[in-house]
Design a protein around this ligand. Structure first.
Ligand code: DGR
Ligand code: NI
Length: 467
C-alpha cells in the first residue's frame, strides 16, 4: 500500500527535480585527489570532514577488526534491510548489523535496528558463539579508539575556529566580552566535545558489488555506481560525530582493465578522469549547492573518516562502490526513541543468531503493551458511561481520538509492510512478523486489532455532542 507523501516530502522531491532539470545532461564537477584543487576545496568547504589513513592505525587493531568483520559475515549475522523510502518498500543492497550498548537501538530509513550488545564494563552478556563474543568485544575496542581520535579531531577543530575568531579585527568586537559566542571558558566546549563523541552504537555494513549487479548510478556528478545513495544520517544526537572504519578487500583487482582507451583520450574533457571505479569512495556534497564541486574520497583498506559537528546536517554523503567486497563500521551517537515492538518483529528472527539479549525486554514490553490495550478499553467504557457530563465526555473523546487514529494508521502501515511482495521473498528466518496481531475472535484481547469501527463511532459521538 502506498502512503501519500507529506507536503515536506513533495516539496523536497520537486526541489530535487528542479536541480536535476537545471543540470540538463551535463554533470556537475567533482574532485578527487588527482585534481590540483582537491585539497584546497576540502580545507575550504569541507573542513569538518577528517580522513585518517590506514597507516595511522596500529597493525594489531587492523588485524583484529578485519578478522571480526569476517567472523560476523561467516556466521551470517549481517542482513539486508527491508526499508521504506518515500512510501516504497526496498531491500537495501548493503547488509547490516547493529552492535552497541545493551538496550540501544538505531532507526534509519524507517527501520529500527536493535543492538547486538557489546560487552561494556559491568555487563554480563551471553553469546551463542565465542567467536561472535570476540567480534563484539573488538568493535567495542574500535569504538574506544575512534572515540579518542574523534575527541582529538574536535579539539583541533575548536582550536582552528578559535584562531579564526581571534583573527577578526578587534574593532568589531572590542566592546563585547566574548560570552555566548562559542568561545566560553566554563568548560562547556569540553562537555559538548565528549558527548558528541560518546558513540553508543556502530552500524556495520557489507556489500560485494559482484553479487549486486543493479546498483544505481550517481545522478549529479557522474561518480559511477553507488552502494548507498546521497543522504544525511538520521536520528543522531544533534551535532554528534560519525566515525567510519572502512575495510575494502583490495588486492585482487584485474590490472588488464586499466588500459586507457585511445578514442576516449582524444575527447575534449580528457583531463577530467573522475574516480577509479575499482576503488571504493565516499562522496560528499553541500546540500542544495550546485556551485561547490563535490568530493570523492578514495577509501583504501583500513582508512577511517570522520564527520564532525554539523557536517552531516549541512552536507550529504554517499558511498561509491569499488569492484571488491567491502565492510565498514560506522560509529554513532544514536538518539533514544520509542516504537519498538513492531519494528523488532518486522525483522523476523534475525537477532537470535547473535544474541538473545532482546527476548526478555521484548516479552516485558509486550506484556506492558497488552496492559495498555486493557487501559484503552477501560477509557472507551468510561466514555460510554451514563451520567458522564457532556463537557467531560467531549474532553475525553478529543483526547483519545487523535491517538487512536494514529494507532490505527500505524497498525495499517505495518500490516501492509509485512504483507508486501518483497517481504514475501525473504527466507523464513527473516520473514517479517506482524506482531502484535490478533484475529477478531481472539477472546484474550479486549479490543480488535482493526480500530476503524471504534474510531468512526467515537467521531460520530463527538459530532453528535457538538451543537
Ligand atoms: O562509509 C560507509 O560505509 C558509510 C555508510 C553510511 O553512510 N551509512 N549511512 C547510514 O547508515 C544512514 C542512511 C540513512 C539514514 N541514516 C543513516
Ligand atoms: Ni550515512
Amino acid at each position: 500500500m502506498k502512503r501519500t507523501p507529506t507536503a515536506e516530502e513533495r516539496e523536497r522531491e520537486a526541489k530535487k527535480l528542479r536541480l536535476l532539470e537545471e543540470l540538463e545532461d551535463t554533470w556537475l564537477p567533482y574532485l578527487t585527489p588527482k585534481d590540483d584543487e582537491f585539497y584546497q576545496q576540502w580545507q575550504l568547504k569541507y573542513p569538518k570532514l577528517i580522513l585518517r589513513e590506514a597507516s595511522s592505525v596500529s597493525e594489531e587493531l587492523h588485524k583484529e577488526v578485519q578478522e571480526a568483520f569476517l567472523t560476523l559475515h561467516k556466521h551470517g549475522c549481517l542482513f539486508r534491510d527491508l526499508v521504506r523510502i518515500q512510501g516504497k518498500d526496498l531491500l537495501t543492497p548493503v547488509s547490516r548489523i547493529l552492535i552497541g550498548n545493551p538496550g540501544c537501538t538505531y532507526k534509519y530509513l524507517n527501520t529500527r535496528l536493535f543492538t547486538v550488545p557489546w560487552p561494556v564494563k559491568g555487563s554480563n552478556i551471553k553469546y551463542p558463539e565465542a567467536e561472535i563474543a570476540a567480534a563484539c568485544e573488538t568493535f567495542l575496542k574500535l569504538n574506544d579508539y575512534l572515540q579518542i581520535e574523534t575527541i582529538q579531531a574536535l579539539e583541533e577543530l575548536a582550536a582552528k575556529e578559535k584562531a579564526n575568531e581571534d583573527a577578526v579585527p578587534l574593532c568589531m568586537s572590542a566592546d563585547f566580552p566574548r560570552v555566548g559566542m562559542g568561545s566560553s571558558y566554563d568548560g562547556q566546549d569540553e562537555v559538548d566535545i565528549k558527548s558528541r563523541a560518546a558513540y553508543n552504537v556502530t552500524l556495520l555494513n557489507f556489500m560485494d558489488p559482484q553479487k549486486m549487479p543493479y546498483l544505481k548510478e550517481e545522478p549529479y556528478f557522474g561518480m559511477g555506481k553507488m552502494a548507498v545513495s546521497w543522504h544525511h544520517d538520521e536520528n543522531l544526537v544533534d551535532r554528534s560525530a560519525v566515525a567510519v572504519y572502512s575495510y575494502s578487500c583490495e588486492g585482487m583487482v584485474c590490472s588488464a582493465k586499466k588500459q586507457p582507451c585511445p578514442e576516449e583520450e582524444s575527447d575534449d574533457d580528457s583531463h577530467f578522469e573522475g574516480r577509479d571505479p575499482d576503488i571504493w569512495h565516499v562522496g560528499f556534497k553541500i546540500s542544495w549547492d550546485i556551485e561547490t564541486p563535490g568530493l570523492a574520497i578514495p577509501l583504501h583498506q583500513g582508512d577511517c573518516y570522520f564527520m564532525l559537528d554539523d557536517l552531516n546536517a549541512t552536507h550529504q554523503h554517499c558511498v561509491l562502490a569499488g569492484s571488491q567486497p567491502r565492510f565498514s563500521s560506522t560509529h554513532r551517537v544514536a538518539e533514544v526513541e520509542f516504537e519498538w515492538l513492531r519494528q523488532f518483529w518486522f525483522q523476523g528472527n534475525r537477532y537470535r543468531k547473535c544474541t538473545d539479549w532482546w527476548c526478555q525486554p521484548m516479552a516485558q514490553l509486550e506484556a506492558l503493551w497488552k496492559k495498555m490495550e486493557g487501559v484503552t478499553n477501560a477509557v472507551l467504557h468510561e466514555v460510554k458511561r451514563e451520567g458522564l457530563p457532556v463537557e467531560q465526555r467531549n474532553e475525553i473523546l478529543t483526547a483519545i481520538l487523535a491517538s487512536l487514529t494514529a494507532r490505527q494508521n500505524l497498525r495499517r502501515e505495518w500490516h501492509a509492510r509485512c504483507q508486501s511482495r518483497i517481504a514475501r521473498t525473504l527466507p523464513a528466518d527473516q520473514k517479517p512478523e506482524c506482531r502484535p496481531y490478533w484475529e477478531k475472535d481472539d477472546v484474550s484481547m479486549p479490543l480488535p486489532f482493526d480500530l476503524t469501527d471504534i474510531v468512526s463511532e467515537l467521531r460520530g459521538q463527538l459530532l453528535e455532542a457538538k451543537p
